[in-house]
Design a protein around this ligand. Sequence first.
Ligand code: BYC
Length: 480
Amino acid sequence: MADAVDYDQLIPNNVGLADDAKLRRALEAWHPGYIDWWMDMGPDGFQEAEVWLRTAVSVEKSGWAKFAFVRMPEYRWGILLAPRHEGRTIPCGEHLGEPAWQEVPGEYRALLRRLIVIQGDTEPASVEQQRFLGNTAPSLYDMRNLFQVNVEEGRHLWAMVYLLQKYFGRDGREEAAGLLERRSGDDDRPRMLGAFNEETPDWLSFFMFTFFTDRDGKMQLEALAQSGFDPLSRTCRFMLTEEAHHMFVGDTGVGRIVRRTAEAMRDAGIEDPHDTDAVRALGVIDFPTIQRKMNLHFSLTLDLFGSEQSTNAATAFNAGVKGRFREADIDDDHTLHDSTYPLLEHVDDGFEKVEVPALKALNARLRDDFVDDCAGGLRRWNRDIAAAGIEFELKLPHIAFNRQIGEFADVDVTPDGGIVDEATWETERAGWLPTSDDRAFIEDLMQPLHEAGKFASWIAPPRKGIAQKPIDYEYVRLPY
Ligand code: BYC
């Protein structure tokens, strides 16, 4: 059974905060700094707008959220854990089958803290990256989705801060403060992982980010949901419920851009997808530009999985602190001491699958699961291109393309997986990654459209509205 959510408190929660004065004080002390951060770094120019937002009010599968108009600074960011599974055991590693921990085991304290801090750091980072996008929203529907994603990333930060403050004492409080001090892209105090210091300058980037990078979030949360540390597992399980909407936003967002371009080309009788000037003149985004954006966001996201072979990952799995994607559904011994995994490696002039100890290849395995998970979106998008009679296929680039971390960081690889010298890569990169010309075109294209039911020229309307509301509902009531 889930504990009921207490909404009478300053911080809504189902973790019994009313009876834990020390923790309550710590969280209430952190709260004003959080609000300051949200006002400084949250959605720019829209803090007074009333937004049709969902708020989690329960952790039961049915009816866990309610919708209402809310000003974002007044959003009820709560601490919600999924229901406890009685008798849950550690699903992997050397403690396999032992009862899940309700407290942090001393020997794994540093390891757990590091994972929680890294996870926590990504949440505010994404809000910072997206803070100017409201100004160029292609519709009120999209603007509302952006803000929904933003407030929920804020809630995910609360989720990690709860774990730090409840279970890690003074260190935890210091880490919680640090999460509000680092800034995406800041030279002196950057966010911890590479992709979270990149810009999200426009809506195509936003949709690519929510499709790819939020999907890394899903994979990592699934792996942390397997943790033998039960409070972390329960926290991540509930975060995954919210995360699904973020990927829906990405999947349908890219899909609607693709559909609009395909339909506009068909209606104008343009068959050549590489006739960029003609396609752009229709007020839509040409497919090669969409492909270049995809190449960028996919490769940046692959870096988030860490090195393909990692002793950190092996240690976390062996300790039972982080599992694999859907660990319980995997049919093996869940300790992996005698198993191998086929890992793609760079050899002289190409790539080769090499069997390596499975324990060390856990990051690569999770990355491979991620790549499989991306396939559905691409299939749907390509179907719409084909339906318009246009010969173009969006493709995920090779996993070694444009990598900064791990096995492929030192090799120059084309999106098709060809190995080239550095000079060739530099000359050709404009065909593979977004250029300043792409950026200028997109910036010019993305003028705001803030009238209910209207959509910018470059994106098709969604197939339906949010929570039974019509597409032309006024999802955001602007204060001007
Ligand atoms: N950038 O053995 P290695 C999300 C560091 S997204 C910079 O290769 P490991 C979200 C690494 O920290 C999910 N540094 O990797 C999405 C280590 O440094 P130290 C976020 C990097 O440790 C959208 C060193 O390189 N959650 O939720 O096996 C919106 C060697 O490490 C990077 C998590 O990631 C990088 N890309 O794995 C909002 C889960 N990669 O410690 C939210 C928690 C590696 O030697 N984190 N390094 O100084 C983890 O499970 C692991 O730490 C990692 C890395 C997967 C990140």
